[in-house]
Ligand binder design. Structure first.
Ligand SMILES: [Zn+2]
Length: 176
């Protein structure tokens, strides 16, 4: 079920999310390392070199966003359980709770490409609006793309495709 919030509230939410992403990126960046060689090689036919080279990964757990009580006050009761998610990407820093699998890394790197093309604020804005319009995490178009491409990769990793082209196409078609 969609949430209908006033435009001012939506902008406020986007700004909170963007601030949270920037803070978590800064907190984890120093502890994170480059993508390991075998993963880099397995993914190079799907992702642009700058993303594979720039993204840093670290095992850890992100804290619940500080504005969650305010979300509940707005009637939003199914906000994402950030601290329990298998992986989460803060722009170019991926934090993962469980040991990495290639499909999980693939999913997170799709988000890194989305950030590259939308920018931090644009990503936060599309994420919030997608959540409010669809009414749940599963309906966020940025997540749908990540799950869809991750699934395509898992089904047949020999059939290569460009994640970046797919992101560009969806931006052009205003699908986010
Ligand atoms: Zn995701």
């Amino acid at each position: 079920m969609p949430y209908s919030l006033a435009e001012k509230q939506i902008e406020q939410l986007s700004n909170w999310i963007a601030t949270y992403i920037a803070e978590q990126r800064a907190a984890f960046q120093g502890k994170a390392a480059s993508i390991e060689g075998k993963h880099h090689r397995a993914l190079q036919a799907f992702f642009p070199a700058d993303v594979l080279n720039n993204v840093r990964v670290v095992r850890g757990r992100a804290p619940e966003p500080p504005f969650y009580p305010q979300l509940r006050a707005l009637g939003i009761r199914n906000a994402l359980p950030f601290s329990d998610m298998a992986g989460i990407t803060f722009q170019d820093v991926t934090v993962h709770v469980e040991p990495f699998t290639l499909p999980l890394l693939f999913h997170e790197l799709v988000h890194a490409v989305q950030y590259k093309h939308l920018g931090l604020q644009g990503f936060a804005d599309a994420y919030v609006r997608g959540f409010l319009t669809g009414g749940s995490y599963e309906e966020i178009p940025l997540e749908k793309q990540a799950y869809e491409l991750e699934g395509k990769f898992s089904a047949n990793s020999a059939a290569t495709f460009s994640v970046e082209d797919d992101v560009r196409d969806r931006i052009r078609a205003k699908r986010f």
